[in-house]
Each structure stands twice: as structure tokens, then as C-alpha cells.
Design a protein around this ligand. Structure first.
Ligand SMILES: [Zn+2]
Length: 253
């Protein structure tokens, strides 16, 4: 399982940013697991694209726009993605009790709320949270766009050695950061202050966001490179549920 894969947390991104990321993936026929926070026409389109798996991205923090308690929040997400099998919690909020609920009460099979930056030999693993024989497969991810901004020795050059560790390497992006092509978080923070005081991020217009774009190398140029690499050099691509299925069947051999 020495492969690259892509996931995207949509994190209330505007539709034009979701569509831009989806187009790059579709143009290169590269699969992706999208973790969904809210509904929109672009999210509906993602659900109709056979390259894409949709998982849920619940926000369990206080004042969540998705609901007032764990069950309301999870049900809100399932209303948008009925039959979701995969979850990553917003900001990696988690506890064993919550993971047990997600698996046993809501049937989610895969969780990807573990970030192991640049770690070698990442592979899925299985956790049982009770005697109910409903194991949760957990698949840690290897890299994330906003967290790269804070990393000492950050780089947007995909040929860098640190990106080629042994094992599974899930690269996690956000459509807004791809669109802004961030190389540090100040532009995004400024955008939030200047444009999101009266409306949510997903209502920001394309023209309003344009002035915050980084024109050098950043998350957007790296996204393009990772997608091209998977398309050109890897034998196919996989969603997180497909990675889980492959792992489960390898255990049965
Ligand atoms: Zn998030």
C-alpha cells in the first residue's frame, strides 16, 4: 500500500472553489474522497461524479452550524450524504465514545481523523470500541495544506523527498486553500475578517476572493502536481473506502 491518495475537506467552501478542484481531478481521472460540511449545487454535482466518494465532515464544536448536539450534527450530515461510509471530523475533534457512536449507531466504516505528518509506513488499522463486533477502520492521513503552512521547512515542490515516504500517503486539501493557492494563512485570515463578517464563507463571490490569491507556489500549484503525479505515475487511484476494502481483504488472505 505504497500509494498516494487525495481527500478534500470542503469546510464551507464556495461552489466555484469546489468546482475548480473537482475539474482538476476529473480532467486527470483521479479519484478523491470529499468530506462534506454543507449542501450546495456543487456538492450535488460531486455526488454524481463516479470518481468521487462523499463522506461526512461533522463539526462537533460549540455553535456548530450543523446542530446543537452530536446526534443532530451527525443526522444533518447524513441528510446531505445519505449512506455515507466515511468520516473525518472537522478539526479532528474526537473521543473513543464518539467514534463508537459513529461506527455502531450510524454505520460509518472508515474514520480518517488522524493526522500523521510525513510519517513512514502509514496503513489502515482496525479498532473495536465494544463487544459488538463492529470494528472501525481508521486511515491516518499524511499531509494537509493549511498545516504545511506552519511546518518548518515547508515546501510546495512535490518532488521534495519528505513527500515520498514508504506507505500510504493521503494528501488532504481544502477547496478554498486550493483556490487561494495559499502559501501562508494570512491571506485567508484577512479574507475571513474582511468578507465573512456578515455572511458565511460559502457565500463569498469569486470576484471578492480573487484579490486574496497567492500568485506564486502554494497549495493550489501543489494540488495540481499531486493530481498529475497520480495520473502519470501511479497505477490508478483510490477512494478511502476502496483503500479500506483492499486492506480488509488483505487481512482475510
Ligand atoms: Zn474541517
Amino acid at each position: 500500500m505504497d500509494e498516494f491518495a487525495i481527500s478534500i475537506d470542503i469546510d464551507w467552501a464556495p461552489d466555484f472553489a469546489i468546482e475548480e478542484a473537482a475539474k482538476i481531478l476529473t480532467d486527470h481521472q483521479v479519484k478523491c474522497t470529499w468530506f462534506i460540511t454543507h449542501n450546495s449545487p456543487a456538492v450535488k454535482k460531486l455526488s454524481q461524479n463516479s470518481l468521487f466518494e462523499l463522506g461526512i465532515h461533522p463539526n462537533f464544536f460549540l455553535f456548530s452550524s450543523q446542530g446543537n448536539n452530536e446526534d443532530e450534527i451527525i443526522k444533518f450530515c447524513f441528510d446531505i450524504v445519505p449512506g455515507a461510509k466515511c468520516v473525518r471530523t472537522h478539526a479532528l475533534f474526537q473521543s473513543s465514545r464518539l467514534l463508537k457512536k459513529l461506527r455502531e449507531d450510524y454505520g460509518l466504516l472508515t474514520d480518517s481523523s488522524v493526522y500523521l505528518p510525513y510519517a513512514s509506513n502509514i496503513q489502515p488499522h482496525i479498532v473495536n470500541y465494544s463487544h459488538n463486533s463492529k470494528p472501525l477502520t481508521r486511515i491516518p492521513y499524511f499531509w494537509e495544506d493549511d498545516l504545511e503552512c506552519y511546518t518548518a521547512g515547508k515546501t510546495w515542490e512535490f518532488d521534495n523527498k519528505k513527500f515520498f515516504a514508504e506507505g500510504l500517503k493521503i494528501f488532504n486539501f481544502h477547496p478554498t486553500y486550493i483556490y487561494l493557492n495559499i502559501d501562508e494563512m494570512h491571506g485567508y485570515e484577512k479574507l475571513k475578517v474582511e468578507k465573512c463578517s456578515k455572511k458565511p464563507l460559502y457565500q463569498v463571490e469569486k470576484e471578492e476572493m480573487a484579490e486574496y490569491k497567492n500568485t506564486g507556489k502554494g497549495a493550489g500549484t501543489l494540488f495540481q502536481k499531486v493530481v498529475e503525479y497520480i495520473h502519470n505515475y501511479q497505477n490508478g487511484s483510490q477512494t478511502l473506502s476502496e483503500i479500506r476494502e483492499k486492506y480488509i481483504s488483505s487481512l482475510e488472505k
